[in-house]
Design a protein around this ligand. Structure first.
Ligand SMILES: N[C@H](CCC[C@H](N)C(=O)O)C(=O)O
Length: 262
């Protein structure tokens, strides 16, 4: 079976053209093995591109643990680039993902602008600010000059597997440092549920960070810097605290393709 490898700001995915429904979608061990960086191709997740009536395509996202996850923002951007490469779309896409319909566009440089779900609000918790941007996220703001040395793995795991989120299936956890100079990027590091490690970037995560940062003076479009590169998030904030017209913008790149024996 043919696969394509994509990455968006260092968040990497195995992409399968599953328009013919050939992929054994219930084989979680297979997905886990394909994502394994020693025994397989290596990726933070695997995505099936499928046909679906009334949409350009459907995106089915698995975390590297082999199980279907919630919305993946970087994966969504990469799926749009993949659909473009396959000729499934031109420069605009209307597709279905785990959290519902999405609109997106891709420019000549491979920059994908992806509309995210409207976000109803944010809750302050002892672990940080909680938001759902298609996936659940905690956003914890750190003091200046502490993010680089921060133990994202240990602190992220403590929240992800903590009592507060156990009944909700856990959460992703983002650690943030605000810019010292206005206009500079908000720096973000993320511990990802389902990967169970820090990743180089998380799209729904930086979206959550931008919306949480809006309450701390950040103005749309918000520039964000992850280990794997730069993204920006634009939005409209309403008087009741809700966010609409939320867009995640950034690069999505084809890396290589190959064949796997199933
Ligand atoms: N990397 C993804 C997030 C995947 C969400 C996943 N970790 C889960 O909670 O199921 C992103 O770019 O938004």
């Amino acid at each position: 079976m043919r696969f394509h490898k994509y990455q968006g700001t260092g968040n990497d995915f195995v992409m399968i053209d599953d328009r013919q429904r050939i992929f054994p979608a219930a084989d979680n061990a297979l997905v886990r093995r394909l994502c394994d960086r020693r025994r397989g191709i290596g990726a933070d997740g695997l995505i099936l591109l499928r046909t679906l009536s009334d949409y350009d395509f459907e995106m089915v996202y698995y975390n590297s643990d082999g199980y279907v996850g919630s919305m993946c923002g970087n994966g969504g951007r990469c799926t749009v680039a993949f659909a473009h490469r396959l000729g499934v779309i031109q420069d605009k896409a209307h597709f279905l993902a785990a959290d519902g319909p999405h609109e997106a566009s891709i420019d000549a440089n491979g920059i994908v602008r992806l509309r995210m779900i409207d976000v109803a609000g944010q809750q302050d918790t002892p672990d940080g600010v909680f938001l759902n941007t298609g996936s659940p996220h905690i956003v914890r703001f750190l003091p200046t000059s502490t993010l680089a040395e921060y133990n994202v793995y240990a602190e992220g795991r403590a929240v992800r597997f903590g009592d507060a989120f156990r009944e909700r299936g856990g959460t992703n956890v983002n650690f943030v440092e605000a810019p010292v100079i206005d206009g500079q990027p908000w720096q973000v590091r993320t511990y990802e549920r389902g990967v169970e490690d820090e990743t180089y970037s998380c799209g729904t995560g930086v979206t959550a960070v931008a919306l949480a940062a809006a309450r701390r003076g950040a103005v749309s479009p918000v520039p964000l810097r992850t280990i794997g590169g730069d993204l920006s998030v634009s939005f409209e904030l309403h008087a009741d605290g809700t966010f609409t017209n939320v867009y995640l913008n950034g690069p999505a790149e084809f890396v290589f393709e190959g064949d796997i024996a199933l």
